[in-house]
Design a protein around this ligand. Structure first.
Ligand code: SF4
Ligand code: SF4
Length: 265
């Protein structure tokens, strides 16, 4: 099934945190793991941190092995998707997630945000045209998914809590905000290639961003206090938050980032 076919299955129903639905997914279900093929999974910055650490890889190796670049519709911003693999079986149809095994997901505890939300989608991570502004959820109804026939009742809020998406959404909040706000830019306001590169570096290649901060002329140009430097040196979530603050300043000239007097001249 192509991505277009999949998007055609997306029901245009806006769900709120209190919306209810019946659903259960478990290893005994007939369709087990059939949702882990032929799907476009956009990775968030926190997804990459969790996955690269799970696999014990530096960020650029993780990106090279497991991801593919893509330009996000309406923003021109570079994002990455999980690179799916051709199935080995001759009569196989579609591509498989590199982490799916017969008994489930190899990286389950660190699975991406999109996999946690499924069978819900979240507007800010979709390509939906009406995904600007207010955050909302929707069902990704796929014919092979039998979980809707089970008898467990959830609200969207309960599902999010059960799947552990809150921490992902909290850490990705500033990044998601950049995507949503950039979508509402007039189409003639293009980003420079350099700004796109910086967006990619901060969002996905934190090891290289750390080098950029500490080993280039970055600290000659920007005022960064000692406490912040210590925090971002040892904690990659803090480094990501710092990078996102800087991107906000680059893209929208907002926030308290300051150029040093010499650099400002
Ligand atoms: S990361 Fe795990 S849950 Fe997500 S598609 Fe791959 S195997 Fe399935
Ligand atoms: S297709 Fe639906 S019910 Fe089946 S394993 Fe995937 S999420 Fe669970």
């Amino acid at each position: 099934m192509s991505d277009t076919d999949r998007m055609a299955n997306v029901e245009p129903v806006r769900l709120s945190p209190e919306s209810q639905f019946k659903f259960k997914c478990h290893p005994g279900i007939e369709c087990f793991t059939s949702c882990c093929r032929d799907i476009n999974i956009i990775l968030t910055p926190y997804d990459v941190i969790r996955l690269k650490n799970k696999l014990n890889l530096p960020s650029d190796e993780f990106l090279a092995i497991y991801t593919e670049p893509q330009l996000l519709e309406k923003t021109g911003l570079p994002v990455i998707t999980l690179k799916f693999l051709e199935e080995e079986a001759k009569d196989a149809d579609g591509k498989l997630c590199p982490f799916v095994r017969e008994n489930g997901c190899l990286v389950y505890d660190d699975r991406p945000t999109t996999c946690r939300y499924y069978p819900l989608g979240v507007a800010s991570l979709s390509h939906k045209e009406d995904a600007d502004g207010e955050e909302f959820y929707f069902f990704v109804h796929e014919p092979h998914c039998l979980g809707f026939k089970e008898d467990k009742l959830w609200t969207v809020k309960e599902w999010r809590k059960d799947q552990g998406v809150d921490i992902h959404d909290e850490i990705n909040a500033e990044w998601t905000d950049l995507l949503v706000r950039k979508r509402s830019f007039p189409p003639n306001m293009q980003l420079t290639e350099q700004t796109k590169k910086m967006f990619f570096l901060v969002s996905y290649n934190l090891d290289k961003f750390r080098e950029f901060v500490f080993e280039s002329s970055f600290l000659d140009r920007y005022e960064v206090d000692e406490a912040t430097l210590n925090r971002i040196k040892r904690d990659e979530i803090e480094l990501l938050k710092f990078g996102l603050k800087w991107l906000k300043w680059l893209l929208f000239k907002e926030g308290d980032f300051k150029l040093k007097a010499d650099a400002a001249k």
